[in-house]
Design a protein around this ligand. Structure first.
Ligand code: IVH
Length: 674
């Protein structure tokens, strides 16, 4: 480089490149370079700006945080008010809306609508002058909001500078700032690890993050923005429809929601509603409905506004996923491993599409964290198939009669002592298989679909069989005869025979199902499969030491400990023996060397693979018998190095460990897989 002018050129070049990569990453979802390459460009720019402070400018991608100092929250009066939307709560209300639109416009044909997800975040307005972000504000009361420019600048998907050259001199872009569910969960986890207050949902987390005085805090929060409207303040021309405006905003560098679509008339809108609702739980962010907007801007203009909402748009809401109700009581349930779970009995409430009258409170720590008492009014959340949760207490509504929730000292089912180990959140009944609740749960687990899959042996019959002492452990199931069962109320000859048959024919399970069915703590389906294919026989699993168990993929010290202590207990060994003597034969696995050519080897994956995700590559290796580790040592058998591999590859080379690039790895896999 020679002199400042070429430094200035390089700086401009780097800024353009970085902005371009940002756009591809955040707006087009189509990154063109690996993260490491992006980081190199970014660091080069930072270094150049540091040695030439006179060349730093506020729209440089390095200046998202810090340059403007604290967020002021000064009042900002909106030049065009930020209105709200009327709601339609059902199909009839939506059809009424469409009819009113057609009548007002005296339209002869169907109206074209833009259908947009209603993002559950916060509305913001962003001002650009000569293409540069000059001011960002919250909606506030619609007429005036607060200046949050310094915070908004930290959001990576907000362009600091509009792309291209064809933007108006003065333009206002509006959109929604929100947090992805994944980011929200991570944020809450790290807040609670540090003993700080968590947020109840992604929307509150987004609001809290924008309300930060210090933009450095906002910068660490996983916020995103989607643009949904544009208003020009000078006299430039815009396209003559909303859809065209959205495409324009996208060209300027904003993300617009990929689920947006056009619909002709009310029926097509209702279809779009159904389709979006079906996708709702799979989307990585939360939405609470769909917004329909008349596409033609001249129509929008003619329709105008009533009070605070436009006549040309409406929000069709989805069923709420959060509601308020009262905790009427708390009961304690006993699980298969004795875990005591407090369950809130609720005043029934319709939420997430069903009536909910129970919600788990998980454990006593959770009760402390929520500060919930019996009698409290609480927020309940039920999203998708997830079990209903209590997420927040409304403290102002606590009645005088409210009572704190206390962990009982003895098991509500068998009266044995309840114990809580140091450092464990879960309290347990110490009764073991003496406790009817634990027996019932262990039989239910044994018979369940993923375990021994005994059809017809449901909760109802298990309760009866255990309560009458006809079955104490799973081994007793195989002794049941048609005659025994026929004596039970509401059990006919046919069903009795059917159940006995279902039990008897469950006696040749593959080894992994049997291991899973035993109900060892923290041994789920995947771990059971890994154990079966690693050890081949139950005897080998039972004889394994904790150390040997940890050689199995995904088995860590905690799970290994649970497995060992399960097989150390006499009564567990007895049950297995009884099952065997009653003719239950689990099928051993073929673990011959031919099937598992990498048994005993440890492999390491590093860098980015083109044709596999990390998890896929790991699975393939584990299926061949290898253990996949995170760090390289002299014991490592082989390192697979993808694109931009760094220190692990170097270490492997320096230790003389075998390495493979992706092409060699693919080749290797194809030679070893049938
Ligand atoms: S349009 C006049 N479009 O919903 C038009 N709003 O109830 C007003 N929202 O404050 C807004 N997604 O925070 C619009 N695609 C979308 C939206 C959306 C979410 C929010 C926004 C607004 C509220 C109005």
């Amino acid at each position: 480089m020679n002199g400042t002018s070429s430094v200035a050129e390089r700086i401009t070049e780097l800024r353009d490149q970085i902005n371009d990569h940002n756009y591809r990453y955040y707006v087009l979802d189509d990154p063109q370079i690996p993260d490491a390459e992006y980081d190199r460009l970014f660091r080069e720019l930072q270094a150049l700006e540091q040695s030439h402070p006179d060349l730093v400018s506020p729209d440089s991608p390095t200046q998202r945080v810090g340059a403007t100092g604290q967020t002021s929250f000064e009042e900002v009066v909106h030049r065009v008010p930020m209105l709200s939307l009327d709601n339609a709560f059902n199909a009839d209300e939506l059809r009424d809306f469409d009819r009113r639109v057609r009548e007002r416009l005296a339209a002869k044909s169907e109206i074209e609508y833009v259908c947009e997800p209603k993002l559950d975040g916060l509305a913001v307005s962003l001002h650009y002058e000569q293409g540069k972000l000059t001011r960002a504000a919250t909606r506030g009361d619609g007429y005036a909001g607060e200046d949050i420019t310094a915070n908004i600048r930290t959001i990576p998907s907000v362009p600091l500078k509009l792309r291209g050259g064809s933007y108006p001199d003065l333009v206002e872009v509006r959109g929604e700032v929100y947090m992805l569910r994944g980011g929200f969960e991570k944020l809450n986890k790290s807040l609670s690890d540090r003993g700080e207050k968590t947020f109840v949902n992604p929307r509150n987390a987004a609001a809290g993050s924008l309300r930060q005085k210090n933009p450095r805090v906002t910068a660490r929060r996983p916020l995103e923005i989607c643009a949904y409207s544009v208003a020009v303040i000078d006299d430039s021309d815009l396209p003559d429809n909303h859809w065209g405006c959205l495409q324009l905003v996208r060209d300027w560098g904003f993300r617009i929601n990929p689920e947006m679509r056009l619909a002709q008339g009310a029926s097509a809108c209702l279809e779009a509603y159904e389709e979006l609702q079906a996708k709702r739980d799979q989307l990585p962010y939360e939405i609470d409905g769909i917004v329909f907007k008349v596409n033609r801007l001249d129509y929008q203009h003619r329709l105008g506004f009533v009070s605070r909402a436009p006549r040309w748009a409406i929000a069709h809401k989805f069923p709420a996923q959060e509601e308020v109700t009262v905790v009427e009581d708390v009961e304690f349930q006993v699980g298969r491993t004795g875990a005591i779970t407090p369950v809130a009995r609720l005043k029934p409430v319709f939420v997430g599409g069903v009536t909910v009258s129970n919600a788990t409170l998980h454990n006593m720590d959770e009760i402390d964290r929520l500060g919930v008492q019996i009698g409290d009014t609480v927020f309940i959340r039920r999203a998708g198939d997830v079990i209903p949760q209590v997420i927040k207490v409304v403290r102002d509504k606590r009645p005088r009669s409210a009572r704190p929730i206390q962990l009982p000292t003895t098991c509500p089912v068998c009266d044995s002592d309840i114990v809580q180990l140091e450092g464990e959140a879960v309290a347990r009944c110490s009764g073991g298989l003496f406790c009817a609740a634990q027996r019932k749960e262990s039989i239910r687990h044994y018979a369940s679909r993923k375990a021994m899959d005994i059809e017809g042996l449901g909760e109802k019959w298990i309760d009866i069989l255990v309560d009458r002492d006809m079955v104490r452990t799973v081994a007793d199931l195989y002794r049941l005869t048609t005659d025994d069962l026929r004596k039970l109320e509401r059990m006919g000859d046919k069903s009795a025979a059917k159940l006995v048959n279902a039990i008897q024919s469950s006696n040749r399970p593959p080894l992994w199902r049997f291991i899973y069915a035993l109900g060892i703590r923290e041994v789920g389906e995947a771990t059971a499969k890994a154990l079966a294919s690693y050890f081949g026989t139950l005897e080998n699993v039972m004889a394994a030491t904790e150390e040997e168990l940890q050689a199995v993929p995904d088995v860590g010290p905690v799970v290994a400990g649970h497995i060992c202590s399960f097989f150390e207990q006499e009564h567990n060994k007895e049950i297995i023996e009884k099952l065997r003597s009653q003719g239950v034969v689990w099928q051993s696995e073929d673990i011959s060397r031919a099937n598992r050519p990498l048994a005993g080897e440890t492999w390491v994956l590093t860098g980015t693979l083109e044709n596999h995700t990390r998890d896929q590559a790991k699975e393939r290796l584990e299926a061949l018998g290898a253990k996949v580790a995170g760090s390289v040592s002299s014991k490592t058998s082989c390192v697979v190095a993808g694109e931009a591999a760094g220190s692990k590859l170097e270490k492997a080379r320096s230790l003389g460990v075998q390495t493979m690039d992706e092409a060699e790895f693919d080749n290797f896999l194809s030679r070893h897989t049938a």
